[in-house]
Write a new protein. Structure first.
Length: 640
């Protein structure tokens, strides 16, 4: 029933966004100009008749015989027969209606723009930035065949493409030698079925943490709210001052998923033996106690491993993230969907594991390896890496990656107290990454097209009915090229992640312009000074920004920085150069505002931002990133 409802929504969506634009083809595309997806398959029954039959049974044949922008992964008849045999059925006639819809939807990606049709020349390293019609990610893996001197491309790990880039008028067809399937087992079950990880799987069960990973995959509250504001799925009128009255799309669903970073039994056994512990399950528990007992000495006496403050529970929980994040997305997500003309910076990302009141640091392996994530790299240590040959293992509600060393919070807590923690606003919202929204703006509307996201989508962000929350991408003045925008009579509350207890400056980054508004900021329900006017750019006298180029010598630059700090402001980050021409530090519209200076406990905090312009509903608040700057760096902080 779910997929039948999705089909009706898809039909409305296609009618609303049909386009006759030409699709840019790949370098080696085989072109069939007069064909549409369905007509092409109909003319090649010896290859595709089985899948075509399923398309007719689900109504997709008519849809794919009209204009649109489709990337189709079509299995051959031989691949279909293998699927029937494996599942002990005679033909597709033995499949339920629900299974037929899911099967067809798994193989088709639909986009509003011809720019989002994926020929092999545009395949990303990791996964497509658009979900399939079944609302599942489509992963890409390339394997070099040294014997035949060619590259074999696999979809969803195990489905080889045997014919690439068959271009038709409404998209492209890639022919598969094996059908695409999606797991029907939740993450704990998939891990349990993998014999490499028996120690971790046992720990997941006995700590009770497996229950944390077995939630409903779809956020039904959001789906209900979306129907109220976007009943036909055709978009919502924007309230943003700079794009008022434009139609912006809303996400069709909100999946709730997880990621596990796991050591194999072999890795555990080697680490335990080296540390003087028995290489077994009991030794692993003792090893965890030796680490987390030192970090949390007041909790050493907690022996119940189902208690979230128990050392072993913390150890396992630290490996779990409440978002689905593929290998290439730990650092590459920031550029996903609009890499042209942009360069990734080497900023660390900070994620919040399920281990309470902790953070995880992810940084590039090297400046020339920006897409290879390294976790919790400390001084004199190489950090922890994902084993690239054993990653992106899919479950119904997430995935897992094998890691090469034991991952703990040890040492990172101390380091976080002597370094600036900068977090893109989207990093604070796991649903952005899980649902492939981060970096994935609708290109058919051009720059800034973005999304309107109704209430209920986020766990860490709430807003009133009068607030219209938007996500924009491809912003040259922003650190990670995207932003959160709040329009109307906005009033929203953002949960901030926990940092080690200490004295900090809490800062927000934004760009100022005449479309912005005036807002009162609250931290943990207490006002942070006077209202902030986001219409004022930093070069105005009240802030005092002067370009480094105009100041010329280092002493004058430092003096200007000091003067701005005394007024509660800073220039934008000097290490962010999204358009390869000038860093954000050189843009007087890019502002860092110090909103709070004082002590922060090691717990989450609430940041509330509320419009104070009662008679204006056409104003907006923009949020790019937040920073926690500990006291230890204030005197000698770099300009990056």
């Amino acid at each position: 029933m779910k997929y039948i409802a999705c089909f009706l929504s898809l039909l409305l969506w296609v009618v609303s966004f049909q386009s006759c634009q030409d699709i840019a083809e790949g370098d080696a595309a085989i072109t069939f100009h007069d064909e549409l997806v369905t007509s092409f398959l109909e003319k090649n029954p010896e290859q595709y008749s089985d899948f075509l039959g399923l398309m007719h049974a689900t109504g997709m044949a008519d849809l794919l015989n009209a204009y649109g922008n489709y990337t189709c992964f079509i299995p051959t008849n031989a691949a279909m027969r293998d699927y029937y045999e494996k599942n002990e059925i005679a033909s597709s006639a033995d499949m339920t209606d629900e299974d037929k819809f899911e099967f067809v939807y798994n193989h088709i990606v639909s986009a509003k723009s011809p720019d989002d049709v994926y020929f092999s020349s545009r395949f990303p390293k990791d996964e497509l930035p658009i979900l399939s019609l079944s609302n599942r990610p489509v992963s890409i893996r390339s394997v070099v065949d040294s014997i035949r001197n060619k590259v074999q491309i696999f979809i969803n790990e195990s489905s080889p493409i045997i014919i690439l880039d068959q271009k038709v008028h409404n998209g492209v067809i890639h022919t598969l030698g094996r059908v695409m399937t999606s797991s029907k087992i939740q993450l704990p079950g998939v891990i349990d079925n993998d014999p490499r990880f028996s120690l971790f799987s046992r720990a997941l069960k006995e700590t009770g943490l497996e229950r944390e990973l077995m939630v409903s995959q779809e956020n039904e509250v959001y789906v209900a709210n979306r129907k109220l504001v976007d009943p036909n799925g055709t978009g919502v009128v924007s309230k943003a001052g700079s794009q008022s009255n434009e139609i912006k799309p809303t996400p069709a669903i909100c999946n709730i998923e997880f990621t596990a970073l796991i050591e194999s039994d072999e890795t555990y056994q080697a680490a335990l033996s080296a540390a003087g512990f028995t290489p077994d399950y009991e030794g692993l528990k003792q090893y965890a106690a030796s680490i987390y007992g030192g970090l949390y000495p007041n909790d050493r006496g907690i022996t119940d491993i189902t208690n979230r403050n128990n050392s072993f529970n913390r150890f396992i929980a630290y490996h779990l993230l409440n978002m689905r994040i593929s290998y290439g997305s730990f650092l590459g997500q920031r550029a996903s969907g609009y890499t042209e003309g942009y360069v990734e910076t080497a900023y660390s990302e900070y994620l919040e594991p399920l281990c309470q009141n902790t953070l995880m640091e992810v940084r590039p392996a090297a400046m020339n390896q920006k897409d290879i994530p390294v976790f919790n790299k400390r001084r004199g240590d190489k950090g922890v890496r994902i084993i690239a040959s054993y990653c992106n293992k899919e479950a119904k509600n997430g995935l897992y990656h094998e890691i090469d060393r034991v991952l703990t919070y040890e040492g990172l807590s101390d380091e976080l107290q002597v370094k600036r923690i900068r977090m893109d606003a989207t990093t604070l919202l796991p649903e952005m990454t899980t649902n492939l929204l981060r970096g994935n703006t609708d290109k058919s509307g051009g720059q800034n097209r973005g999304w309107v996201i109704p209430q209920g989508f986020f766990q860490n962000l709430t807003y009133t009915e009068e607030t219209q929350m938007q996500y924009w991408g491809k912003q040259a003045s922003n650190v990670d090229w995207d932003e959160l925008l709040f329009a109307g009579k906005y009033d929203f509350t953002l949960r901030l992640p926990p940092v080690p207890a200490g004295t900090y400056e809490l800062r927000i980054g934004y760009t100022a312009n005449t479309k912005r508004g005036v807002a009162q900021i609250f931290l943990d329900h207490k006002p942070c000074g006077i209202p902030l006017d986001l219409t004022v750019t930093a070069d105005k006298p009240d802030i005092g920004w002067k370009s480094d180029a105009s100041l010329k010598d280092p002493e004058s630059i430092a003096e200007n920085d000091k003067m701005m700090r005394n007024r509660g402001y800073m220039k934008g980050p000097g290490g962010a150069d999204p358009n390869r021409s000038s860093t954000i530090r050189n843009n007087s519209s890019a502002v860092r505002k110090i909103i709070y200076t004082g002590y922060l406990d090691n717990k989450p905090h609430l940041l509330q931002i509320k419009s104070v312009e009662k008679d204006r509903s056409d104003r907006e608040f923009m949020l790019d990133y937040i920073e926690f700057a500990p006291r230890a760096i204030w005197e000698n902080e770099d300009t990056d």
